[in-house]
Design a protein around this ligand. Sequence first.
Ligand code: 6AU
Length: 278
Amino acid sequence: SSAYKKTYGNRVSNFSNPTAKLILETMERKKSNLAVSVDVTDANDLLAIIEAVAPYHSHELFFKTHIDIIQNFDFSLIEKLQHLSQKYDFVYFEDRKFADIGNTVALQYSSGVYKIASWSHLTNAHPVPGLSIIKGLSSVGLPLGRGLLLLAEMSTKGSLAVGTYTEEAVRMARQNRDFVIGFIAQKRMDGVGSSEEEDTSDEDFLILTPGIGLDAKGDSMGQQYRTPREAIFGSGCDIIIVGRGIYGTDSKAVDTIAAQAERYMAEGWAAYLARINN
Ligand code: 6AU
């Protein structure tokens, strides 16, 4: 497809959503397609990892959080996270995986302890409820300029998000281009599920892909890993999401974490350059 060969910067105009534009501009400026997934349970570890990685290289595009696993959460953490994102110029992706009816997800997105929409540029949702979930989330997120990814596929062994489910997810996104800016998926989705009359040749979605590891093939709970090159060059994904490959099992080993982030960042960018120059 055309987007596969284009630079990130040249794709900015393919999107109307401000978060999509911000992501592509940040990628171009920082020469990075790495999202660091920081799945730690202590707020201080979360802040320490961001501080370790962000200023040192200044390359990290995204930090992806699961804010509901933090044991010592209070809203001052969000203020600190916002301060860091301004200081180091990166984007937050709260990996909430909403999955309920529109009315419920609108409340979960705007309210409660975490008030996700107030600070997270990007979030994601399972398409399983149908268009209702986009209606609910966009009623909150669109006025704030936020963006949404649909989980069109998953990285786990035996995932049910395949075939017509994936096609329906893409059709849902196509109808809501102002808010749905792309997918969590394992490959490009251009033209997937489109009818023969539809012209999808100029279609562009951001593909963020998890299940990336250079040293392991998976974990003991069904996660499956492939390399940045396989994901970006081989399958046309745009952004690699890396968690344990970067922070390992010892979330306090700050030097190692920074070095690993650098390694994934370099691999991801090299794969992108190979793709656009191929
Ligand atoms: O690199 P890992 O395996 O340590 O972490 C991968 C991260 C985790 C998962 O919750 C998330 O990516 N994830 C997702 C996302 C981002 O939505 C979807 C999926 O199919 N697989 C997956 O691992 O924080």
